[in-house]
Design a protein around this ligand. Structure first.
Ligand SMILES: CC(C)(COP(=O)(O)OP(=O)(O)OC[C@H]1O[C@@H](n2cnc3c(N)ncnc32)[C@H](O)[C@@H]1OP(=O)(O)O)[C@@H](O)C(=O)NCCC(=O)NCCS
Length: 187
């Protein structure tokens, strides 16, 4: 179980029984998120698909392949934002990909920064991963600003990297390395 308190939110792993919260988040933020996410069919906006997604998330946590953290309001009745650490690879890589979104009504208040910072602390200090990778579409200025504030370093531009909103789109690649491992580094 994960429960991380931040000044304004609590980050948890949702259970399949919480599917209604996730559905509400998807429906309320449909227009807000559509330009930055894979194309969704109508099934994505159903309770059944949300239950399925939360079951899969629980499995990935149990198997050590992902942490999908959800930030809730203090009354726990609403999702503020999502912060996912996916594609965890162990062995010599010890790395994962970061993805995030915040509900439109909570955007522009520094909440995503607060949520993702807490998630990163967990990944570096508790899970002890070495590298977190995060990639954004060049036009996604809010995402670029967030990653800069979080200390992610730009590593290049990948052409035609992900199919977002129905189009293969270039992405700026960035990453952050666990500061606790810096003394092991040879350069
Ligand atoms: C990208 C995204 C997560 C950024 O969210 P955000 O709310 O702008 O991020 P932050 O938490 O860093 O908030 C920054 C804003 O809060 C303001 N702010 C207010 N109080 C603050 C505080 N205490 N600390 C920091 N910033 C604060 C900042 O001035 C800034 O405002 P501005 O945008 O008007 O300049 C959001 O736009 C989003 O969900 N987009 C759609 C999905 C998406 O693009 N996902 C990423 C794909 S790569």
């Amino acid at each position: 179980m994960i429960k991380i308190r931040t000044p304004r939110t609590e980050l948890v792993l949702l259970n399949p029984e919480d599917a209604e919260l996730l559905l509400e988040y998807r429906l309320t933020n449909r227009d807000h998120l559509t330009p930055w996410e894979p194309e969704r069919n109508e099934n994505f906006y159903t309770l059944k698909q949300c239950e399925h997604q939360l079951t899969a998330q629980r499995k990935s946590f149990d198997e050590g392949t992902g942490f999908q953290l959800t930030a809730l309001t203090s009354d726990k009745n609403e999702i503020i934002g999502l912060c996912n650490f996916n594609n965890i690879v162990h062995g010599v890589f010890q790395a994962c990909h970061l993805g995030y979104s915040i509900s439109k009504k909570h955007e522009g208040q520094g909440l995503m920064l607060e949520i993702v910072s807490a998630g990163i602390d967990y990944v570096f200090q508790e899970a002890k991963l070495h590298r977190i990778m995060a990639n954004y579409i060049p036009d996604n200025h809010r995402s670029a600003a967030l990653l800069k504030k979080l200390g992610f370093e730009e590593e290049g531009r990948a052409r035609s990297y992900l199919k977002i909103a129905g189009k293969w789109q270039d992405h700026i690649l960035t990453s952050r390395i666990n500061p606790a491992h810096s003394e092991d580094s040879q350069n």
